[in-house]
Design a binder for this molecule. Structure first.
Ligand SMILES: Cc1ncc(C[n+]2csc(CCOP(=O)(O)OP(=O)(O)O)c2C)c(N)n1
Ligand SMILES: [Mg+2]
Length: 392
């Protein structure tokens, strides 16, 4: 029923022992509804939050997991082929992203970090727009208000302040939507995240702090990041926390639904620590073999988020050839659309960089644009001319 097998990692050869059992703090157990072997285990509190999930919906969650892994694989390949400048892989974190994003309402608003491409997929962002920024074609891939998802934040933790501010706005409007913000284990050490939690707690704002503890902040292990469990940091702010198996899509969905309902009904913020693992590099520019042990990868491969849902579907007699074929066809179609959208994306014109900086004219920016325009013209190169949309 409860398991602590997904702790924060064992004793590092030369670091402090921060394995789950040695963490100081309230130490609530990890919530799990599907074991790594694909067995559905009951939970007295969290079963109720996913009781309505039908066999069909379980199959659809499986499809989402497979599709976003495929998006990730395809984008990684596109980067290796020189079509993208950089890509931050989400491999291993699929259940954290799908389980939480599928718990949201359309009118909830998401503030994410750079690794949440699975969340962007769930919010309905057009596939090529997910990779537009990583191709260097735009500063932002989509209009946040069309999908209620802010464009991803690279500055670690800065967007958690935006989420709290947005949630305070929801309160002023008297609405019952919720802001949710995604960030990493490393981000919890940033001042911005701490300030966002102070304000959210003080004003009991409807915001969910969704932390994907993937055990690494680039090359810094979480055991160095925090000497207590990440979820236990929330207690210092008076924010209730949930520590959930982040590789278990149902458990993540249950935890997120609980947090969202609390926020919707005036119960204030909740902190969710989804305990998961970054199976790939930090980004395609990183080589994790330089700082982490292959055994750790093996341990986590055995807790794969897709394999366990597949196992559960199998136990329930739902893993039919028809389902497998449908999911594979969907993943293929998505990969094709992503690739075609990427390689056929029109290049931006150099002067396009001045677009969308301000919504109203700005003399300081206009001067820069004029200067840059004359600089480009000095090469006699018409490439500097603004694209059809105009310079701004
Ligand atoms: C304010 C700030 N400091 C440093 C960086 C450089 N940086 C980029 S990603 C990263 C690690 C973040 O780790 P974590 O919060 O665990 O998220 P993850 O990458 O694991 O998803 C750092 C330090 C940054 N982008 N912003
Ligand atoms: Mg991390």
């Amino acid at each position: 029923m409860f398991t602590d097998e997904l702790g924060q990692g064992g004793k590092a050869p030369d670091g402090p022992d921060n394995s789950a059992n040695h963490h100081r703090g309230t130490g609530e157990s990890l919530i799990q509804l599907i074991t790594p072997g694909g067995e559905r285990v009951s939970h007295p509190q969290y079963d109720a939050w996913v009781r309505d999930v039908s066999d069909e919906q379980l199959a659809s969650l499986y499809e989402d997991l497979v599709v976003i892994r495929r998006i990730d694989t395809e984008a990684t390949a596109l980067q290796r082929q020189g079509e993208l400048g950089l890509w931050p892989p989400l491999l291993g974190q699929e259940a954290s992203q799908i389980g939480s994003a599928r718990a949201l309402r359309d009118d909830d608003f998401v503030f994410s970090s750079y690794r949440e491409s699975g969340v962007a997929y769930c919010r309905g962002v057009d596939l090529p727009n997910i990779i537009k920024v990583w191709r260097g074609n735009a500063s932002a891939g989509w209009d946040p208000y069309t999908v209620n998802l802010a464009t991803p934040q690279i500055i670690i933790g800065a967007h958690t302040l935006h989420a709290t501010g947005y949630a305070m706005g929801i309160q002023n409007d008297g609405a019952d939507s919720v802001a949710i913000t995604y960030f990493g284990d490393g981000a919890t050490s940033e001042g911005d995240v701490n300030e966002a939690m102070v304000f959210a707690a003080s004003f009991q704002s409807p915001v969910v702090f969704f932390c994907q503890n993937n055990h690494w902040a680039i090359s810094e292990p979480v055991r160095l990041q925090s000497h207590i469990r990440i979820a236990d940091r929330a207690a210092g702010f008076g924010i209730p926390s949930i520590r959930v198996d982040g590789n278990d899509v149902l458990a993540v969905m249950a935890a997120t639904r609980e947090a969202l309902e609390r926020a919707r009904h005036g119960g204030g913020p909740t902190f969710i620590e989804a305990v998961t693992y970054r199976m790939g590099p930090h980004t395609t520019a990183d080589d994790p073999t330089r700082y982490r042990d292959a055994n750790e990868l093996e341990d986590w491969a055995a807790k794969d988020p897709i394999a366990r849902v597949k196992g559960l579907l199998d136990r329930k007699g739902l893993l039919t050839d028809e389902l497998e074929a449908r999911v594979a066809a969907k993943a293929d179609a998505v990969a094709r659309e992503l690739r075609a959208g990427c390689v056929n994306m029109p290049d931006p014109k150099p002067l396009d960089i001045f677009k969308h900086v301000y919504s109203t004219p700005n003399s300081w920016l206009d001067r820069q644009e004029d200067h840059y325009s004359r600089y480009l013209a000095s090469f006699g190169d018409p490439a500097g001319a603004p694209s059809e949309e105009g310079a701004r």
